[in-house]
Design a protein around this ligand. Structure first.
Ligand code: C5P
Length: 224
């Protein structure tokens, strides 16, 4: 069977990773959460007090970072390791969420991440979600999905997810963070978030996870 590349881009918290993991499992593909890479780099910068406005500091810091992904299709769990430490849980923190879009807007950081992402997809058979995957990382991907959903629905979903970990979080905090990240992500100079010309839009405001998955799987089978 032909192996393809599936890219899933879109706004924050519209269920990209849920769909990407389901597709990867169904097709027995590799799954890569590119956002986790930017989050892990941000975590490293915060922990090591890197001044990311200083190009040289960023350049040197990136040399000390190694990232690794482990995806278990059975459990649909994906984990990212930063210098051999599992940081999958800690990178979801608000402290990281508040800074990640600033770090992800840095040219050197993007070059570093994109290079690794392209390497991971060199044998195809991969589903990757993010913001610039169909436009910059794999412009030649066979299937490009651009996901969207109503703002209120996205805020509520992310709030539920974060509330489980931190009951002190407020819906206002989550809303402000999503809006700010979407703004920075779509207005930055390098690789801003926008829909690839050949992407298929999937609005899941009124779709169940199952319905969304079946739609996407059908699209994938057209190319396989
Ligand atoms: O996907 P997730 O919300 O975890 O991504 C966190 C942040 O990483 C995004 O808000 C964005 O700033 C950045 N990102 C990016 N390019 C990607 C994936 C994520 O700039 N391909």
């Amino acid at each position: 069977m032909k192996k393809i590349i599936i890219t899933i881009d879109g706004w924050s918290s519209c269920g990209k990773s849920t769909l990407a993991k389901q597709l990867a499992k169904a097709l027995n593909y590799l799954y890569v959460d590119s956002g986790a890479m930017y989050r892990a780099i941000t975590l490293y910068f915060l922990r090591n007090h890197i001044d990311w406005t200083d190009k040289k500091e960023v350049h040197n810091a990136l040399k000390d970072i190694s990232l690794e992904f482990i995806y278990n299709p059975k459990s649909e769990r994906s984990e990212i390791y930063l210098n051999e430490e599992n940081v999958e849980y800690v990178i979801r923190d608000m402290v990281v969420a508040e800074k990640v879009s600033d770090v992800a807007a840095i040219k050197e950081v993007r070059e570093y991440a994109v290079k690794q992402q392209q390497k991971m997809g060199k044998n195809r058979g991969i589903v990757m979600d993010g913001r610039d995957i169909g436009t910059v990382v794999f412009p030649d991907a066979e299937l490009k999905i651009f996901m969207t959903a109503d703002n209120a629905v996205r805020v509520e979903r992310r709030f539920q997810e974060l509330y489980e970990k931190n009951p002190n979080i407020t819906i206002e905090e989550v809303k402000n963070n999503l809006e700010l990240r979407d703004y920075i992500d779509s207005h930055r100079e390098v690789s801003p978030l926008h829909q690839a010309e050949d992407a298929i839009v999937l609005d899941n405001t009124n779709l169940t996870e199952k319905e969304q998955f079946h739609k996407a799987l059908k699209l994938a089978h057209k190319h396989i």
